[in-house]
Design a protein. Structure first.
Length: 356
């Protein structure tokens, strides 16, 4: 009898583990969604920023119903927020992942949450990333919920200085020049495709721009400034991406030449190809914010009033210190999005090699 019970437990354990993993992932996804929704709420409801998607109507019904690798240009300070808004409107915000620089893991709140929700971090040194990135990506092969995996193939935000250096490298390698993008780093993309093949259905080539030459910032969003975004999304079945690394590299370079042409058309005509669509803005970001605001702000202000009434110098000093630390944390989070405070990666004086 005891033997049969042990055998039954052994047979049940894989299912039990799978069930447990699904529950744990679901809980972490909800926590991640709630945190990300706070920033998406600021974009969609507080600032009222509009994001129009230009895409093939035949591909549109598949968005949010499949796993996808999202390739997004990296020129604007809030491009990541637009990506989150896209994921939220298609119901996959909680499962969204990103290939991000390791420094972001130390950013208060958002970076810490990323660290514990299996975001993929890289040092941008290929010899170190070759194994660590591949190992992290393997966890996504049996991820129980739908997700978008975001990758900025340019490796760093676009600046004129970085663009000039990047095009020098392109010329040295005999590659066509790009006007609106940096030369893509192909190895990270290749290892992502190789690790997620047969799990991910498509590559979503996303090209973002803003009307009227707007220069959006996270600080502007916090101040309630409204921006007008256009996002061109192309769905490319993963079967069309070559398996061979060299051919995959050539494919990605061609993709960025096409992205450059789309940007050229946008600056010339003010619009992207394909049908403009506006995915419905879901109320959950606002509901989530109102819930937490009601839950936390009322007792916070009660505590603040009582503390001021007490007249204790030590208590007031402690509050000022906590408020200062919290403000610095928020400022740090804003700072990592600012282009003029971006990393030196891609600059000639950063001593980084411009290798694929």
């Amino acid at each position: 009898m005891r033997t049969n019970m042990h055998l039954g437990t052994a047979k049940m354990s894989p299912k039990f583990r799978a069930c447990t993993r699904t529950v744990l992932y679901g809980k972490r996804n909800r926590n991640t969604t709630e945190l990300h929704q706070e920033l998406v709420m600021l974009l969609e409801w507080w600032s009222g920023t509009e994001c129009i998607i230009h895409t093939d109507p035949r591909a549109y019904p598949k968005y949010g119903k499949e796993n996808a690798i999202v390739v997004l240009n990296h020129k604007f300070e809030i491009d990541f927020l637009c990506g989150w808004s896209l994921a939220e409107r298609f119901g996959v915000l909680g499962g969204s992942k990103v290939l991000a620089k390791k420094e972001l893991a130390y950013v208060p709140i958002i970076g810490w949450m990323w660290y514990f929700t299996e975001m993929v971090f890289c040092t941008r040194k290929w010899e170190q990333d070759r194994k660590t990135v591949a190992k992290s990506l393997l966890h996504l092969r049996d991820y129980p919920e739908k997700y978008f995996f975001l990758i900025h193939c340019e490796g760093t935000r676009f600046t004129e200085k970085k663009h000039q250096i990047s095009m020098q490298v392109a010329h040295a390698k005999g590659l066509p020049s790009l006007k609106y993008h940096l030369l893509p780093r192909t190895k990270g993309f290749a290892i992502t495709v190789r690790s997620l093949r047969n799990v991910v259905s498509a590559v979503y080539d996303c090209t973002l721009n803003f009307r009227n030459n707007e220069n959006p910032t996270l600080l502007g969003v916090l101040n309630g400034k409204k921006y007008h975004a256009d996002l061109y999304v192309r769905r490319i079945p993963l079967e069309e991406v070559p398996e061979d690394e060299d051919k995959c590299s050539a494919w990605l370079h061609k993709l960025y030449q096409e992205k450059d042409a789309f940007q050229e058309e946008y600056y010339r005509t003010g619009t992207f190809p394909e049908t403009p669509m506006v995915p419905p803005r879901r109320p959950w970001t606002l509901v989530n914010w109102l819930f937490w605001a009601s839950l936390l702000l009322y007792p916070f202000f009660r505590f603040l009033v009582n503390m001021i009434s007490s007249g204790s110098s030590l208590t007031l000093a402690s509050f000022v210190l906590v408020f200062f630390v919290a403000s610095m944390g928020v400022r740090w989070m804003i700072g990592v999005t600012e282009i003029d405070k971006g990393s030196a990666y891609g600059n000639i004086d950063s001593k980084q090699k411009q290798n694929d």
